[in-house]
Design a protein around this ligand. Structure first.
Ligand code: C5P
Length: 405
């Protein structure tokens, strides 16, 4: 995510500074080159040695440190950053930024930097709610800073309220979005993900092994590209991606209702969900007692949501399906592509290792109504999502109706 990027992590003096160490590790793990700059007060909460060890770089703390300043001048530090993340950002740091005060290393660098700035406030609830802090935050927003709102809950000072540093995943996602070109800005994208559960009594259901990872990766990457994303998800254990509108459903019928409701306003719809094809004719109100003999459950056919979308799609709307097959991958996928009137279908062979349900990687083929099949190598699902979205962007760029060449 941050390969070849220099992230300047500014740490100011609040109790949440202890979380900044973990943030450095996450940026480094994601390929980033992290330059830590700490205020004098931050050093009371976490040591420069810790941050230096985790980032693998000398930490900038003292503007008048002759040694460090001769190696890397503070203006050079400001210039080298592709992105600045301030976590935690105290009320004091926010106030200094809002008024242009430059009286230590961090604030001086901030005044000299031109890179985008992500501000992650963390402080006591009253300090956060104080109108001076709110006014200062408004000023920063106006200046183009990206604010990652603090969370509510129990604070270190034992008070309840808003002021806890945002989840590190939210900070990472915001950082990633800020660095990603907004190629899907103002586009509305609907993604479906996960399995459906079709209950036949209160404790039993028919489902499939889908974990939702491919659909969640699509929603995550589309949000990073600044799309308005709606994620309609069957039951999964995955965390909702940051910055998407979540719609949780359980059954195929609920998924259909939710998707048909949202579909008319969408520029693109990606059906990555493994929708159950059948549902029990009756969902019994009480648990079915186990008897000696066998049990038969009558199954009814569920509607094909994607085929319905194909019939009713509006002009210019892009429609993408998935085909997971165990045999005759290409023929089966092609048949679905035509039947469901899709722009393209993403086909994967469930028999391949590292592909399909539950894996973190996927190896897919992209099949269009005309033209060659594209075979993509096995990649992390987020990379596959990026490839799929690149192709959707190309379709959206030359908006045309289905069937036109
Ligand atoms: O026909 P099949 O189920 O293999 O097609 C898979 C594609 O159709 C996927 O994109 C899936 O999300 C979608 N689908 C659907 N409604 C169903 C079954 C599948 O939208 N009832």
């Amino acid at each position: 995510m941050f390969e070849g990027r220099t992230i300047l992590l500014g740490v100011s003096g609040g109790i949440a500074a202890y979380k900044a160490g973990e943030l450095v590790r996450r940026f480094v793990r994601a390929g980033g080159n992290v330059q830590v700059v700490m205020t004098a007060n931050a050093r009371n909460f976490i040591t420069p040695l810790t941050m230096q060890t985790l980032s693998g770089q000398p930490v900038c703390t003292d503007l008048f440190d002759l040694g460090l300043e001769s190696q890397i001048g503070h203006i050079q530090v400001a210039r080298a950053a592709h992105l600045i993340v301030l976590a935690p950002a105290t009320a004091n740091l926010i106030a200094k930024m809002a008024s242009g005060i430059a009286d230590d290393y961090l604030t001086t660098v901030l005044l000299a930097a031109t890179a985008p700035i992500v501000v992650c406030p963390a402080m006591n609830v009253r300090m956060y709610e104080n109108q001076v802090t709110q006014r200062n935050l408004e000023t920063l927003r106006h200046m183009g800073c990206h604010i990652v709102e603090p969370e509510s809950g129990e604070l270190a000072c034992k008070e309840e309220g808003t002021g806890r540093l945002a989840e590190l995943t939210a900070i990472m996602e915001t950082a990633c979005r800020v660095l990603t070109p907004p190629t899907l800005k103002d586009r509305r994208i609907l993604v479906s993900a996960g399995p459906t559960w079709e209950a036949f009594d209160p404790v039993r259901y028919i489902s499939n092994p889908s974990t939702g990872k491919m659909g969640y990766a699509l929603a995550t990457v589309a949000a990073r590209r600044s799309a308005h994303v709606h994620l309609v998800s069957g039951p999964t254990y995955l965390q909702p991606p940051h910055g998407v509108n979540m719609h949780r459903v359980v059954t195929a019928l609920q998924m259909q209702e939710c998707i048909l409701d949202l579909a008319p306003g969408m520029d693109a719809i990606i059906m990555a969900a493994a929708v159950g094809d059948y549902r029990p004719a009756e969902a019994l109100p009480q648990k079915v007692k186990k008897l000696d003999g066998d049990l038969s459950v009558k199954l009814l056919r569920n509607p094909d949501i994607l085929a319905g979308l194909g019939r009713s799609r509006s002009e210019g709307q892009v429609l993408i399906g998935f085909a997971a097959e165990t045999e005759n991958l290409i023929e089966n996928a092609r048949e679905k592509l035509v039947q469901k009137r899709l722009d393209f279908i993403v086909a994967n062979n469930l028999g391949n290792p590292g592909s399909g349900f539950g894996c973190d990687t996927n190896e897919v083929k992209i099949i269009r109504p005309v033209g060659d099949i594209e075979e993509l190598p096995r990649m992390a699902k987020e990379r596959v999502a990026g490839e799929i979205l690149d192709r959707i962007e190309a379709l959206l760029a030359n908006t045309r109706t289905y069937g036109e060449s």
